[in-house]
Design a protein around this ligand. Structure first.
Ligand SMILES: [Zn+2]
Length: 425
């Protein structure tokens, strides 16, 4: 076991495609989906896993290395399914795009232009390149420019994917000077349950639950609903420019609040011995499994991904590792007796049908997330829980003022745009 891990960041950009073959990228992501489906299908058929990569690569119209990475990802989903009983069967019939992964200086290349932009070149298909410049937040562009010019960061693999019909490039960079403690070397696991109007945190160690904190942020929910109504009104009146301005302001407001909440979350976690912050991995699930409407609705709720993203962005700078667990049943399982049933939960109230344990339902979920985090990453045992400490609640003060700076980069992305708040914010 190593003591520390390199500090890795994923930088997100939109692609401003300037060659007239942008359709190739879309085709390639569809081709990647076919390769993914074919891999799952062959694995389900019982084909020897060693034979699958070549069989799929021979048929796919993709750069070979790209196909291999898709196959690895698909087999990883199958492995999870076999390893964890509660992990659903990966689907091989989903359609739509699937991200393509590329190695730096093989599948894609980046360079600084005379205008100070970052130009990209992506091998969408064998010997066919798509070119243009990257658009994105200043924070991410700045790190990438530093990475291109200095040894402080190394540029690694990237993913090309489509988000709301916009082509994006997610670039992994590694900081060569800073390290993060290995998540396996943790003494406390902080489970994070993100909801539309709060986030519940539970710190769990070998001794039991150390503490629970619920951070309420009703104003985020309130403002999002308010903006939604305003946008609908101007949209119906055909005033699209006002609609876009409102959208920018809402994004700025929500991002600003969520940055503050994520900072609070990291600060709170720091008080415990060797903490590791664990989230529900909603993205992986979306890629591989067809879910019902409730899960889909949760996935598209803005605070989820944004808060996880901001937190996982800040925590490594405090040397706190982050981990991800399978979200299934985290809201239904009783933390005391492990009885799992949908009826245990009724909105914000948890009432176990078996042992009668009553609790704040988001706290129960955060305990379950911490438990899964320990099972997945730690070599010490989950303690038996006999009692839980009182839930402490704090509320982030609402502010009536929407202090929105001018949006200089209109962005098709919603929640994932990191804004211009910087790492320390
Ligand atoms: Zn129970």
């Amino acid at each position: 076991m190593t003591d520390s891990q390199p500090l890795v960041k994923t930088l997100d950009f939109q692609l401003d495609i300037q060659s007239d073959n942008g359709g190739l990228l879309y085709d390639a992501t569809l081709e990647a989906r076919s390769a993914y489906n074919e891999t799952i299908r062959l694995a389900k058929e019982g084909v020897d896993w060693n034979a699958i990569p070549d069989r799929v690569a021979d048929e796919a119209d993709l750069v070979k290395n790209t196909t291999q990475r898709v196959v690895v990802k698909a087999l990883g989903a199958m492995e999870n399914y076999h390893e964890y009983e509660d992990f659903g069967v990966p689907s091989h019939t989903k359609d739509g795009t699937y991200p393509i992964r590329a190695n730096y200086e093989e599948g894609y290349n980046l360079s600084l232009t005379h205008d100070g932009d970052v130009a990209f070149r992506i091998s969408a298909k064998p010997y066919k390149h798509v070119k243009g410049v990257l658009k994105g937040s200043d924070t991410h562009l700045d790190i990438l420019k530093i990475a291109l010019e200095s040894d402080e960061w190394n540029i690694g693999t990237a993913e090309v994917l489509f988000h709301n019909d916009t082509a994006e490039l997610h670039v992994n960079v590694t900081n060569t000077e800073q390290t993060v403690r290995d998540k396996q070397d943790s003494r406390t696991v902080v489970g994070v349950d993100v909801n539309e109007d709060n986030v519940a945190l539970t710190a769990l160690s070998e001794d039991g639950v150390e503490d629970t904190l619920v951070i309420d942020f009703p104003e985020i929910k309130f403002e999002r609903h308010r903006y939604f109504t305003m946008r609908k009104r101007v949209q119906n009146a055909g005033k699209n420019s006002i609609h876009d301005t409102l959208e920018g302001r809402e994004e700025r407001f929500v991002c600003d609040r969520l940055h503050k909440v994520s900072r609070h979350l990291v600060e709170w976690s720091r008080q415990f011995e060797k903490p590791c912050i664990v989230f529900e991995d909603l993205k992986e699930m979306r890629d591989s499994i067809d879910y019902g409407t409730r899960m889909n609705r949760r996935l598209h709720h803005l605070p989820f991904r944004a808060l996880q993203y901001y937190t996982s962005y800040k925590a490594p700078f405090e040397s706190i590792p982050t981990g991800w667990i399978n979200p299934e049943y985290t809201s239904q399982r009783c933390p005391m007796c492990e009885h799992t049933e949908r009826a245990n939960r009724n909105k914000k109230r948890f009432n176990c049908r078996d042992c009668g344990h009553q609790d704040h339902s988001d706290r129960s979920a955060s305990v379950n997330i911490a438990v899964k985090g320990i099972e997945k990453h730690q070599d010490w045992n989950v303690p038996a829980l006999n009692s839980l400490p009182t839930v402490r609640k704090v509320r982030r003060q609402a502010s009536g003022a929407v202090d929105a700076p001018t949006v200089t980069h209109p962005t098709a992305r919603g929640y994932q745009a990191d804004g211009r708040m910087g790492v320390s914010d």
